[in-house]
Design a protein around this ligand. Structure first.
Ligand SMILES: [Zn+2]
Ligand SMILES: [Zn+2]
Length: 127
């Protein structure tokens, strides 16, 4: 007897849900929804699927949020669903923006010094 099994994580793009002002990077971005699940298949016929997880990826800065399951399911069924802040749990923070403490300029997170005034931005050596 020969069986062909496959097991792996599948990702399904559920499309753009809504456009918002992103509070990680401060730009207008879009919520892009994905369903993620593990699938166990034999001869390419899915036998078993794990419970789905829904995630949201921001199109602006690639921040990843875990989405409330109920809202995720509604999006997958293409029902009208709107995502509220309390439905999201941040998993991975994208390229964000911090405010320079000395001149209040918006500076990308990974910068060590403020490009407009030269202030050191990630000073861990507090006196
Ligand atoms: Zn963003
Ligand atoms: Zn500055």
């Amino acid at each position: 007897m020969f069986f062909f099994f496959s097991y792996g994580a599948k990702q399904k793009n559920l499309g753009i849900v809504q456009a918002i002002l992103c509070d990680v990077c401060g730009q207008f971005g879009k919520y892009e929804a994905y369903a993620i699940f593990n699938e166990f298949a034999m001869f390419f016929i899915p036998l078993y699927r794990s419970k789905k997880k829904y995630v949201i990826k921001m199109t602006c800065c690639q921040t990843i949020y875990e989405l409330d399951e109920e809202v995720g399911r509604r999006i997958e069924r293409q029902e009208r669903a709107s995502i509220k802040e309390e439905d999201l749990k941040m998993v991975k923070r994208g390229k964000g923006v911090t405010l320079c403490p000395s001149c209040q300029a918006a500076v990308e997170d990974h910068f060590l010094f403020c490009p407009s005034c030269g202030q050191h931005l990630h000073d861990d050596h507090r006196k």
